[in-house]
Design a protein around this ligand. Structure first.
Ligand code: HEC
Length: 162
């Protein structure tokens, strides 16, 4: 009886320490954001994305993501040229899900009815994994502050409708 009571001190201390550690883990888990589907820090994903980009996108968006000349001026046919995907363009102003939609379905479904565009969708040509990879590659070209800004858009968009 006496011995048990003497032993309860260290045991209680240990239990409290264990509980504190579990609590700390729970806090860390809650604070750590879910991994991004298009992760510019994932070297393997970025490498796949570069291959996808070079084969499918570079012809219009430029070998170095620079876009077509005078990309902000409509062409004689009324359509927009391909914008850059580096930070000079506006790709970084869109959350990941929207970029994914543009690449998979093309720009027309997200535009007013009858909108004419040269950006067709890649559904049936690229897998979803390849589309996320090309987005990761594009993001990897951006300076840190653009990446952080766009990650904020992506996180808010996903939190708004998971
Ligand atoms: C045939 C030329 C062409 C090809 C090939 C092409 N694009 Fe585009 N893309 C365009 C044009 C033109 C626009 C602008 C469309 C508009 O606003 O009407 C555009 C717009 C976009 C946009 C939306 C604008 C932005 O900067 O956020 C994204 C994202 C995009 N393209 C990604 C890609 C990716 C990724 C590939 C390769 C898998 C690709 N495109 C292949 C011509 C092309």
């Amino acid at each position: 009886m006496f011995g048990r009571r003497r032993g309860s001190g260290p045991i209680r201390a240990w239990l409290m320490a264990a509980a504190a550690m579990l609590g700390a883990c729970a806090v860390t888990a809650a604070a750590a954001p879910a991994p991004l589907k298009a992760d510019p820090d994932n070297a393997a994903q970025v490498a796949l994305g570069k291959e996808v980009y070079d084969r499918n996108c570079a012809s219009c968006h430029g070998a170095h993501l620079e876009g077509q000349p005078d990309w902000q001026q409509r062409k004689p046919d009324g359509r927009l040229p391909a914008p850059p995907h580096d930070w000079h363009g506006h790709t970084w102003r869109h959350p990941d899900r929207q970029l994914f939609g543009f690449v998979k379905n093309g720009v027309a479904p997200y535009s007013p009815p009858g909108y004419q565009t040269d950006m067709a969708g890649f559904a049936g040509i690229l897998s979803d994994a390849e589309i996320w990879a090309v987005i990761a590659y594009i993001k990897s070209s951006w300076p840190e502050e653009f990446r952080r800004y766009q990650e904020g858009l992506t996180r808010r968009d996903e939190a708004a409708s998971p």
